[in-house]
Ligand binder design. Structure first.
Ligand SMILES: NC(=O)c1ccc[n+]([C@@H]2O[C@H](COP(=O)([O-])OP(=O)(O)OC[C@H]3O[C@@H](n4cnc5c(N)ncnc54)[C@H](O)[C@@H]3O)[C@@H](O)[C@H]2O)c1
Length: 247
């Protein structure tokens, strides 16, 4: 029996990067239905094709802007119509900025907060409504080392949004616990994805474990948080940084 046998998962921001790898990894661990949600349609459909080709899972792409409530409602409606339930939500969609404080204007603040923090809230609330009825579920959010240490090169709006994700994870966890739903977060350090191209250089020698993570390092921890192995954990943020940040 695989860890996630027969589970239905919604993964946001899964057209590429950490989200795409996690959607695939969830399916490799037995999830049988994966809803891939992203604003990037072609790449999102490609993630679906890859998952279906490489695993036994069925996949559904739903074009979703996580900051738009109607899109989010449409995403969960589509998953419900297709599979009748949602067991796992992985909130991965996110954007980063590298603004100086002067460049950090209201528009940048609102856009980053809308996607990284409000998007996590909207998707979690929609998943919660489904999971509450069956008194079980797993919600996993994506924080960042930036929210722990005040960032390195990212803009303050990104840093604040990820600090917000850590607090939101605790708040959601307290409200959802009575219904058997756990809410936890992964907090990556530096991960080699397109997002990382925003940062000029990151020295592997500065990582205690000696190398820079790929998306798989994060995806494997999400699988743990999505599985029964983490059943007694909620409200936690797991730092997946190769030892760069130790809480
Ligand atoms: N790469 C890193 O070093 C790193 C470090 C810490 C945290 N993170 C976090 O991990 C998550 C994934 O990042 P990544 O490195 O895979 O980045 P990425 O840019 O490769 O992927 C991000 C995905 O989110 C999608 N997305 C963006 N805005 C969206 C929206 N409004 N609605 C739906 N989807 C949207 C993008 O289209 C893309 O597919 C983000 O939340 C990011 O903040 C990344």
């Amino acid at each position: 029996m695989r860890l996630l046998e027969g589970k239905i998962a919604v993964v946001t921001g899964s057209a590429k990067g950490i989200g795409a790898q996690t959607a695939l990894t969830l399916a490799q661990h037995g999830a049988s239905g994966i809803a891939v949600a992203d604003v990037m349609e072609e790449a999102g459909r490609e993630t679906c094709r890859r998952i279906e080709a490489e695993t036994g899972a069925r996949c559904l792409f739903v074009r979703t802007d996580v900051s738009n409530r109607e899109d989010v409602d449409g995403l969960f409606d589509a998953a419900l119509r297709r599979w009748g339930t949602v067991d796992i939500l992985y909130n991965c969609a996110g954007i980063v900025t590298t603004n100086t404080l002067v460049q950090s204007d209201e528009a940048a603040w609102d856009r980053v907060m809308d996607i990284n923090l409000k998007g996590t809230f909207l998707c979690s609330r929609a998943a919660y409504a489904i999971m509450k009825e069956k008194r079980s579920g797993r919600i996993i959010n994506t924080a960042s080392i930036s929210g722990r240490i005040g960032g390195i090169a990212s803009g303050v709006e990104y840093i604040a949004s990820k600090g917000g994700v850590i607090a939101l994870t605790k708040g959601l966890a307290k409200k959802a616990a009575q219904y058997g739903i756990t809410v936890n977060a992964v907090s990556p350090g530096f991960v080699l994805t397109d997002m990382a191209k925003n940062f000029s250089h990151f020295d592997p020698a500065s990582v205690p474990l000696g190398y820079i993570a790929g998306p798989a390092e994060i995806a494997d921890v999400v699988v743990f948080l999505a599985s029964d192995l983490s059943r007694y954990m909620t409200g936690c943020t797991l730092d997946v940084t190769g030892g760069v940040y130790m809480s």
